[in-house]
Design a protein around this ligand. Structure first.
Ligand code: CA
Length: 226
């Protein structure tokens, strides 16, 4: 799980980083709002822990700008007790949940687990991109344009789930490998290509307008055919 940790108070940053590492999160740090936004827009994270009071750009502004750019990554906002109004503003700006400082480690970890689960699924368990509709529970993919549908293998489902959840971004082969197979190795990278080609066949079978575009040297993105 790739996590972006945004916090400007060094002792807090250090403590949180250690806790999250121990829980197995792959943690990237940012200490101001501008840097955080840049990272959210260029890299794919599974979840963002975002402090509200930050130098250069507030957490609220970061969340708002990320959502404006179509980034759907779940955001857990950290707010101080005295910034009570920030909770409301934070949720309005696109944060998914908030936690008031000081908080218990257990509480933080529970909220993060809940957000990561929620990440890729809508309320009814389906995801969409263009005319594509992915039924996560039913392991099937359909096109609202052609009305065709097809069954998916579990790996194909998970690849599409990941690409659709991050459709505004380019997802690297390494990220797909880590997400689907859980670890990194050359063999797994080749698997990604194999499964991407299986998945493309399913897309062409249902006649969708969407395609998995390979972006040279960077990775893949699900997009409308141009
Ligand atoms: Ca702060």
């Amino acid at each position: 799980m790739k996590l972006l940790l945004v916090e400007d108070e060094k002792p807090m940053l250090k403590a949180l980083h250690e806790i999250l590492l121990r829980e197995g999160y792959d943690v990237t740090e940012a200490e101001d709002g501008e840097t955080a936004l840049g990272q959210i827009l260029t890299d794919v994270y599974d979840v963002v822990v975002l402090d509200v009071m930050l130098p250069k750009m507030s957490g609220i502004e970061v969340a708002h700008k990320a959502r404006t750019h179509g980034i759907k990554t779940p955001i857990l906002m950290l707010t101080a007790m005295s910034e009570l109004d920030d909770k409301v503003t934070g949720l309005d700006s696109g944060a998914d949940d908030y936690l008031t400082k000081p908080f218990m480690t257990k509480e933080l970890l529970a909220r993060l687990r809940a957000l990561c689960r929620r990440n890729v699924q809508s309320v009814d368990g389906s995801l969409s991109a263009g005319d594509l509709c992915l039924d996560v529970q039913g392991l099937s993919l359909s096109s609202t344009k052609t009305g065709q549908s097809v069954r998916l293998s579990e790996k194909e489902l998970r690849i599409l789930e990941y690409l659709i959840a991050n459709q505004e971004q380019i997802v690297s082969r390494e990220q797909i490998a880590t997400k689907i197979w859980g670890f990194e190795s050359d063999a797994e990278y080749n698997n990604v290509e194999v499964y991407i080609s299986f998945t493309r066949k399913k897309l062409s079978f249902i006649g969708t307008d969407m395609e998995i575009k390979a972006v040279r040297g960077l990775g893949y993105q699900i997009k409308k055919k141009s």
